[in-house]
Design a protein around this ligand. Structure first.
Ligand SMILES: [Zn+2]
Ligand SMILES: [Zn+2]
Ligand SMILES: [Zn+2]
Ligand SMILES: [Zn+2]
Length: 586
């Protein structure tokens, strides 16, 4: 069962709170079809937070302390469900030839299979297990080992897909647990709200509808909230030309106004009417202007305060409309990274100061089958075109995809952002690794879906229909946890812990990195400061504190808790053994 406050993607593209989902309504399935909700149950159970792993360093370093918004990981994929709820999980089968150690006398091939396993409470579950097979260290042995690997690859395929109850995740070996992934799925159908508004028919996706979607994206990125005005880079003639063409389709013509100082960015107004010969310039700027009508009536401008926003219906628009709209945002505020290799060969970043636009970009990107993450930047001063500019707190939306993203870029018109239409588009679920943590008790809802089809949550995570194992509380019996916790920060992991001041492997790689250089830790909260933080604390002067044992102690102040920092001569920085200049750790 799923926790209250979970949102569900309905078949019509609407995102609904699970508490408001009723029997006989239709949900969006992972395969793009609609399926009926057979029944809805309610209970009160322990819930677990299933959360996407990220590399975000939200809790570390100075930015996070100075601005609390930095500590939030925005739009992290997560779901909260009961211990008995099943997840669809995938792990790579990948057999590996291990050249174990210098003194190895045998070839070792690691391989995996799906097999039965008995839980502590006597249930039989089917999960992947690690195995190994050894071969003599001879030419024949190596040949046989390679043959064995090929055979494994052929018979097992690339991945194992299996269903597992949340409470049984601990039965996976550490290696298998970290390579386990769940997925979110693209949304393949569209609600046609924009088409209906523009053409009267929700199923029509004409070039005109797409050009409007693109202009709306462009305006959300670089437009003025007061009127249909967009600033356009004058060094990008293709962009200006495309705006002119797209506007013309809707009976709009452009006027360009320069500010007192001509800047690279030109203010372009979209007028509705016959042409620039009309006497009063602003006459048809807002009145009857189809573009401005779409902006205001479809609420790309929030009623409350007139701020820009991406209305929720855009998350579930026709695929082409979502693509053209996102392309408009990329043309205005986006940056295209170099093409790489593999399934996420394209990367773009879009900057915005509006949280609603950030939310929309992430939702739309994921709905197109692309991965999206958000990083943040504090308010700062930047030099742009030789002028000092005060920049606000910014969200950087990072989107990655293969042919899916290439196709979005094919809608872009800016000279250096546009790409060719890919010959085929591979739109598939996107996999991500996850953590599972006990969260507390909550009201929970169970949805049984016709045909037990997998369906999508509001955030596009694919979940399973509830079954017998969801009825009533299922107790998690195994207590073993593979995870280790870093003593100096909230991080936890399975591997890679390093020696701290006590000589035990208790700090994570990141804290160890800082510890190596600063040689300090807080005796009260165990925080490991950066070297420059130690310097700052020292400049402020020593202060008096109390050790955890209750003894008075003197030293620099910890910025985290106000406790006392201690220098550990053993691991701290010292000059290398007289040969090289500069501080080095011996
Ligand atoms: Zn369930
Ligand atoms: Zn202007
Ligand atoms: Zn740490
Ligand atoms: Zn401290």
């Amino acid at each position: 069962m799923l926790s209250e406050n979970t949102t569900i993607l309905m078949a019509n593209g609407e995102i609904k709170d699970i508490a408001n989902v009723t029997a006989n309504s239709y949900v969006m399935c992972a395969d793009g079809s609609a399926a009926r909700v057979i029944n809805v149950t309610q209970g009160y159970q322990k819930i677990y937070n299933i959360q996407q792993k990220t590399k975000h360093r939200a809790f570390e370093g100075e930015p996070g302390r100075l601005d609390p918004r930095h500590r939030t990981v925005y739009q992290r994929l997560a779901l909260q469900c009961t211990a008995g709820h099943k997840l669809s999980v995938r792990v790579p089968t990948k057999p590996l030839l291990e050249k174990s150690g210098r003194n190895a006398t045998k070839y070792k091939v690691r391989w995996r299979n799906l097999q039965q396993c008995q839980t502590l409470d006597g249930r039989i579950i089917i999960i992947p297990k690690n195995h190994h097979k050894t071969f003599p260290m001879t030419v024949e042995g190596e040949f046989a080992a390679k043959r064995f690997i090929e055979e494994m690859e052929r018979s097992k395929g690339e991945y194992f897909n299996f269903d597992i109850e949340v409470r049984d995740l601990d039965y996976l070996d550490a290696q298998l647990r970290i390579s386990s992934c769940i997925r979110f799925g693209p949304v393949l159908t569209g609600n046609g709200v924009l088409s209906k508004f523009l053409t009267g028919r929700s199923d029509l996706v004409t070039p005109a509808v797409k050009s409007m979607a693109w202009m709306l994206g462009l305006w959300l990125g670089d437009g003025t909230t007061k009127e249909p005005e967009i600033s356009v880079d004058s060094l990008d003639p293709k962009l200006m030309e495309s705006l002119r063409e797209n506007a013309k389709i809707w009976g709009l013509y452009l006027t360009v106004c320069d500010d007192h100082v001509p800047l690279r960015a030109k203010h372009v107004r979209l007028h509705y009417g016959d042409g620039p010969d009309e006497t009063r310039k602003t006459r048809n700027l807002r009145k009857n202007n189809p573009f401005w009508k779409a902006v205001t009536i479809l609420k790309f401008k929030r009623d409350l305060d007139g701020e820009k926003q991406i209305p929720e219906f855009m998350y579930g628009e026709h695929i082409e409309v979502r693509e053209a709209f996102l392309a408009g945002l990329i043309d205005s505020d986006g940056y295209v990274m170099k093409k790489g290799e593999g399934p996420e060969s394209y990367k773009i970043a879009i900057q915005t100061v509006y949280s609603s636009i950030m939310d929309g970009i992430v939702h739309i990107s994921r709905s197109l089958g692309m991965s999206a993450t958000v990083t943040t930047r504090s308010a700062r001063e930047e030099i742009i075109e030789g002028r000092k500019v005060q920049c606000q707190f910014t969200y950087d939306c990072n989107v990655a995809g293969g042919t899916t993203l290439q196709n979005v870029l094919s809608y872009c018109r800016s000279g250096h952002k546009t790409r060719e239409v890919p010959p085929i588009i591979k739109r598939e679920p996107v996999y991500f690794s996850f953590t599972d943590d006990f969260q507390g008790e909550s009201t929970v809802y169970g949805l049984t879906i016709e045909g037990h089809k997998n369906f999508l949550l509001g955030n596009k995570i694919e979940v399973k229909s509830c079954r017998g194992c969801c009825v009533g509380e299922q107790h998690k019996i195994s207590q073993k946890k593979n995870l280790k916790h870093c003593v100096a920060c909230p991080r936890k992991g399975i591997k890679y812990f390093y020696k701290d001041w006590s000589g035990k492997n208790r700090v994570c790689a990141r804290c160890y990195g800082r510890y190596k250089f600063s040689g300090h830790h807080c005796i009260n909260c165990k925080y490991v400061p950066e070297a420059r933080e130690v310097k700052k604390a020292k400049d402020k002067g020593e202060k008096l504190g109390i050790t955890p044992e209750g003894l008075p102690v003197k030293g620099p102040e910890c910025i985290k808790c106000g406790g006392i920092l201690q220098f550990d001569a053993v691991r701290g920085p010292h000059k290398s053994c007289g040969n090289n200049a500069g501080a080095r750790i011996c």
